[in-house]
Design a protein around this ligand. Structure first.
Ligand code: NAP
Length: 265
């Protein structure tokens, strides 16, 4: 088994990664940063986002496993004291490979297009104040948004920024994207739907901005500023991310444990 490991950089994550390498070597696993079969992330969901973007070109070949060194993660579901168990299972059993939908983002400028893929979400704001953007769904004008910004998330990203905005939590077996508003201006002059919108795989949305606007764009943890943007198209990607599951941990149990806590007896 060839693997690569990324860790958050804090002392506990570093210590656990040393432990992982030691136990992996004993079991005959080989470190291969360039073409791993398995990518191990030790830290939190943020660390897994970094691992995802590092290995995004190899998505059809790699599976991810996340170990958390803080609170329970949505992508990082192994605890810090379970490294031995994880290595034993990796050595003795075949994982269940589960695949989750991703978001495709195409930014169109006069000079051409830039393509991104997100595991959590795409977020658009204006650097210089209120974002004004026309939203089209399947090439039909839908609304003109005025406000702080727009977040378009994947099902697994629905528990992240999207949830803070009051968006719905979506099971990752549903191939969908969700559009959520950040503080839209709604009065007798300006009007948007107000609630989040969920699009199925075969739909797409375009966000049309003024090319003169300086835009703040983030794709997961990656942040950039762009100007000269004519439109941004979002759709459910044809590609998927694969996670190696060595034991079951149903999505709704993660949601309950992360946001509600264990059920009372
Ligand atoms: P960060 O600001 O250091 O961490 C954001 C938090 O979101 C962390 O607690 C992280 O968990 C958690 N998180 C990430 N993905 C998640 C998911 N799919 N479900 C539930 N929680 C999740 O930023 P970062 O570590 O670079 O992560 C970037 C992410 O931050 C973005 O993708 C966005 O979703 C999120 N974010 C949220 C808000 C908000 O809720 N108001 C605002 C901006 C960005 P860990 O502690 O396990 O890493």
């Amino acid at each position: 088994m060839k693997y690569a490991l990324l860790e958050r950089g804090d002392s506990l994550s570093h210590q656990l990664s040393e432990q992982f390498h030691h136990l992996a070597k004993e079991r005959g696993f080989i470190i291969d940063k360039d073409s791993p079969e398995l990518v191990i992330s030790i830290g939190g969901d943020g660390t897994l986002l970094q691992a995802f973007h590092r290995y995004e070109p190899l998505l059809d070949k790699v599976a991810f496993v996340g170990v958390h060194t803080g609170h329970l993660g949505f992508y990082a579901d192994w605890k810090k004291d379970e490294i031995d168990t994880l290595l034993d299972l990796m050595h003795t059993s075949e994982p269940q490979l589960v695949q989750y939908p991703l978001l495709d983002i195409v930014v169109t400028c006069d000079e051409g297009t830039t393509h991104f893929v997100a595991l959590n979400e795409f977020n658009l704001k204006s650097v210089n104040g209120t974002l004004v953007a026309a939203l089209h769904i399947n090439d039909e004008p839908f609304e003109v948004f005025r406000g702080d910004g727009i977040v378009i998330s994947t099902p697994t990203g629905s528990t992240a920024y999207n949830k803070s905005l009051g968006g719905a939590v979506i099971h990752p077996s549903l191939e969908a994207l969700q559009i959520a508003e950040i503080a839209s201006i709604n009065n007798r002059v300006y009007r948007t739907l107000g609630s989040s919108v969920i699009l199925p795989k075969h739909h797409h949305c375009d966000i049309v901005t003024q090319p003169t606007d300086l835009l703040h764009i983030s794709v997961d943890h990656l942040v950039m500023q762009m100007t000269g943007v004519n439109s941004i198209t979002c759709s459910v990607s044809d590609r998927k991310v694969t996670f190696a599951r060595y034991r079951p941990f149903p999505f709704w149990n993660r949601v309950r444990e992360a946001f509600i806590g264990s059920p009372k007896q």
